[in-house]
Design a protein around this ligand. Sequence first.
Ligand code: 16Z
Length: 449
Amino acid sequence: PVALKHGAHRVGKRTDADMAKWRSYGLGQFIHWGLYSILEGKYNGKYYNGAAEWIRSWKEVPHAEYDSLYKQFNPENFNPTQWAKMAKQMGVKYVTFTTKHHDGFCLWPSQYTQYTVANSPYKKDIVKQVVDAYTKEGIDVYLYFSVMDWSHPDWRTDLKTKEDSVAFDRFKLFTKNQLTELLKMYPQTKGLWFDGTWDTSWKKSGAFSDSLEQHLKSLIPGLIIGSRLRADEFGNRHNDANGVLMGDYEQGWERKIPKTYADVHGNDWDCVMTIPENGWGYAEKWLGHWKTSYECIEMTTQCVSLGGNFVLNFGPKADGTFRPEEITVAKEMGDWMKVNNAAIYDCEYANCEKQDWGYFTKKQNDDKIYMVVFNVPINGSLKVKLPKNTSIGKASLLQAPSTVLSTEQLDYNASYIQLPKGMKPTSPFVIVIDTKQQSQVETEQKAKT
Ligand SMILES: COc1ccc([C@H]2[C@H](O)[C@H](O)[C@H](C)N2C)cc1
């Protein structure tokens, strides 16, 4: 291996209680809210065909015009308690909220810039209201922070000249100061979700990113920071020069889900996902396909079945309200989670091979296995292959525990599970399997002879 001073300082998953809590979440909410929400993905009657929160980068939008939008920011219908209650009903265990996106506008009254909500007509501290309202609902709060800051004169995409380096040194101090004030002002924060760290200037700042992470973790012990913050001294991101993840979990799964367990390389990870095909901030017109609650339920299950968390994004309008499609997805997911959350919360990879009927999840620190069924075979029988030397003790419906399902053992670790006659599922359902190990089976068989 390569000797690294600013590579990963830990190999393998964190083993502390704070990370165990993170690993138990299953389902989270992302919220993207800011000045881009005012433009709604369009300008001068033309629709931007990129992600709405990137509209400032569209050649049609004069920067000065965009940067003066803060003078209009006044979300009179913003009700953080309503936001938190919608999230609670949806069944999310954590929320990641944009404190500052790439445009540099701060939703908290930062003392290090004038470009904040304090200087908008709204005036009040939005980050504080979100942190307090979600914490009150028992939902852990994580803060999204974009290192890249288009509004700051000292931001650089690369460090070509001495002047660049002098300016970027000022920028790094500004960044450290803003992050320090965020953690001091909102000490309930459980973690930071970094973005905007792909540019060369940051790849050349590996040592700084390392010391910054250590500084932030000294402010809130147990703080959770994913793999989007760090670069090593060779400019590698996510994985260092030795292929070891730098960060508490892998943050590369943006709008994509790993295919197999091998793809996650033994790391903790989350997938962040948009309801439309792309676009995180509010857009009047959603381009392409909008995911249904059914698809979001399947993605949640798929992520948990591979040991990760699923984080679904919501983009409130400039006035603080959510669009009907997002309210519907939250409600329908919540209705499903109310009945089936045992297969999502505190669950992990079950180490079973994937089968057509759906996904396995396994309770952490327990032998219970859940089958989340999305496809019932024509013959009404679910073929179940379990890990070697593991067989079905009892199979029952999560939503009707007294309904024990008949099982026919095919061989040591394969069985048919018969669904109750007349069961006509209209939404994904969960079968609970109490497993028994091979040694138990032999003992039983010996007892029989
Ligand atoms: C260049 O491709 C990008 C860059 C940044 C993003 C940002 C989005 O604006 C959103 O904040 C997402 C979480 N982030 C990765 C997405 C795709």
